[in-house]
Design a protein around this ligand. Structure first.
Ligand code: TXA
Ligand code: MG
Length: 313
């Protein structure tokens, strides 16, 4: 079983040794916990795909700890640079053309000409990447298709039998995966909704951006967004306030329910609680998990995006 270790110097060294030996570890970030491995090492990356049961056509995000490291691995147009400078470090991933000098292996990028880069804003993640001194690939630390973990204990439940070390960075502050955008010269496309919304990004750029759309195959897509995802074992019913026998209710706002995402209708709090509460509800083996309506504005868009995937089958 994996050891959950506090993030002191000794334990960070142990984590680095695992990474250098080509093993994956559980790494905290401000969004969700990652299953982290050496992005340069084809074997380490193959091991991450196998551990998660993730299809190899779905590329991973390479995590970096400085702008310098970002520019060594990706080719940034002026607009990409603007986004990076405004939104990094933070819950934001930029897909750009790969820099020919990048040491990141082909498998991490699923053989694409592009690379997904993220400069996280979590003290422990940054310490690990800096100490490792190379890009770290880290998809969310869950079995592919299931709910992402937002604390070290949930990583242990999910993957504890497959990794040796989980570094404990506490409960994730944001609780939803990073916003992902693709930059192709002057064209910016939102590939995955997250903490930074379309309008946050448009404000930085001073112009409108496109939204990836499966119906329009000419637009860039994120391979990972086509799948059923974030799913509990139980059936999920959305926009529902009518609880039947054997069901568990996740609420929002001032209401009677089993778990409440945010009594005060605070979307930031709701995002931070979402995966944790989905997991707690699922652990009770209910007939179904029913979820109250969540307003579809601001961060609510990303929450509803994840809920729709959790409910699809
Ligand atoms: O918050 C996060 O981003 C977390 C934490 C651990 O950093 N990581 C994460 O990684 O969510 P993952 O692998 O679960 O999601 C990566 C997403 C997928 O939807 C993938 O398809 C997309 O980014 N992606 C990666 N490289 C891409 C590329 N070159 N082009 C388009 N999409 C890409
Ligand atoms: Mg994931």
């Amino acid at each position: 079983m994996a050891k959950i270790l506090e993030p002191n110097k000794d334990n960070i060294s142990k984590a680095i040794a695992q990474l250098r030996d080509g093993f994956a570890i559980g790494m905290p970030t401000e969004t969700v916990y990652g299953l982290a491995g050496d992005a340069r090492n084809e074997k380490a990356i193959a091991n991450i795909f196998a551990t998660k049961g993730r299809p190899q056509f779905n590329p991973l995000i390479s995590h970096i700890s400085s702008f310098e490291m970002a520019y060594e691995n990706g080719v940034f147009s002026p607009l990409a640079e603007k986004l990076a400078e405004h939104l990094w470090p933070g819950p934001f991933t930029i897909v750009v053309p790969r820099n020919p000098k990048s040491p990141v292996c082909d498998l991490a990028c699923a053989g694409l000409e592009t690379i997904a880069l993220r400069y996280p804003k979590h003290e422990v993640a940054l310490e690990i990447i800096k100490e490792f001194n190379a890009p770290i690939a880290a998809p969310s630390a869950n079995i592919s298709g299931r709910i992402s973990p937002t604390n070290a204990q949930d990583v242990a439940i999910e993957l504890g039998d497959r990794i040796a070390i989980i570094i404990d960075g506490g409960q994730c502050e944001i609780g939803l995966e990073s916003t992902v955008v693709a930059v192709e010269n002057d064209e910016i496309t939102l590939l995955r909704k997250g903490f930074f919304t379309q309008s946050d990004i448009e404000k930085v750029l001073g112009k409108k951006i496109a939204i990836a759309d499966a119906q329009q195959p000419d637009k860039p897509m994120s391979p990972g967004m086509l799948l059923r995802h974030y799913s509990p074992n139980a059936k999920v019913r959305l926009n529902s306030s009518h609880k039947q026998n054997g069901e568990i209710q996740i609420g929002f706002g001032n209401m009677d329910c089993d778990f409440n995402l945010s009594q005060d209708e605070n979307l930031t709090e709701a995002a931070a609680n979402l995966y944790k509460m989905l997991r707690m509800a699922d652990a009770q083996n209910p007939q179904a998990i029913i979820i109250a309506p969540i307003p579809n504005n601001g961060l609510g868009e990303a929450i509803n995006d994840r809920l729709q995937r959790a409910a699809s089958n």
